[in-house]
Design a protein around this ligand. Sequence first.
Ligand code: GTP
Length: 335
Amino acid sequence: MPGAREVGISGGEEGGGVCAQFCILESAFFQILCVLGRITDYSGHSSWGEESFTANLKSKRDKWKQIRVSSSGEVPYYSVLTVLPQRDKGKLRAERDQRWTLGNHPGGMAQVAAAPSPGATPGQPCVFKLVLLGSSSVGKSSLALRYVRNDFKSTLPTVGCIVLWIKLPLASVPGAFFTKLVEFGAASLKFEIWDTAGQEKYHSVCHLYFRGANAALLVYDITSKDSFGMAQQWLKDLEKEFQPGEVVVMLVGNKTDLGEEREVMFEEGKEFAESKGLLFMETSARLNHQVTEVFSAVARELLQREERKKDQTQQRDARLALNERPAGQAKCCAH
Ligand SMILES: Nc1nc2c(ncn2[C@@H]2O[C@H](COP(=O)(O)OP(=O)(O)OP(=O)(O)O)[C@@H](O)[C@H]2O)c(=O)[nH]1
């Protein structure tokens, strides 16, 4: 978008060849453990295999521990299978076996997933939570990866609902995974992008992750009519959770590079979006077509809404101030 400048990217540690989902999973766990006060530092992953990973965590006592985490089952959960002792001792001693079910651990995901407060600190950019929703394989993770890192790769299915922050993260485990700072002239905002798993088995828990969202991208694959239908289903889920106009929603038809296999016409997407008051764009994460424009359009809409809210608050305060004047004092300073 003209005037938009991307000024920074942070979060989501990614080692060589490590997939985005992995970052999400890591990030989610890192946040959970920080919230629980169990760790003070995190050294990143050491390996990835199937649906498990290992990570090095620094405890309050300044000791490094290695944990192995896996996800499995119909309801996604992440289980710390084994806590290994300090690496310098070299022994494999199981110290703890804990299991968290996403969303219901006291002090866990519920806090991690708390809504960011736009512009909470004066001088700081407004922070907005943006969730990516849609069927499996429509390209949610790819759009985030393209936007945040200008990268594209064949990715593994996200497990669970991770916030990625921009993959703000999990197989897709809920969690923030990337943040991106965007400046529009004098205004700036920070996106916290939460990626969710599109697989049907995770659908029932994904609402935990869009709680507190400021914006949502409803992504479908233009070569799949089914995915377009599912995007409409996701919209119904959002409507259950939010008041009309509470979140900025954009419908995104991805994979325009596969035009010959197109099953959903541009007009079809546009008409549906207009009928529901949604923003609409078609993209190709693969060719980097319109990806930045999608996020910029959402960012612009969010900032405009914030401005409108500020104006309304000022007008209301001004009215209140006038009404509170002592009796007999003129309400109009012109006379
Ligand atoms: N041709 C083409 N392929 C794409 C595009 N975007 C994503 N893909 C591919 O589609 C597949 C699925 O992409 P993902 O980004 O993992 O999809 P997702 O929606 O995050 O999937 P889940 O994690 O299962 O919810 C991968 O093989 C991507 O490389 C695109 O714009 N064009």
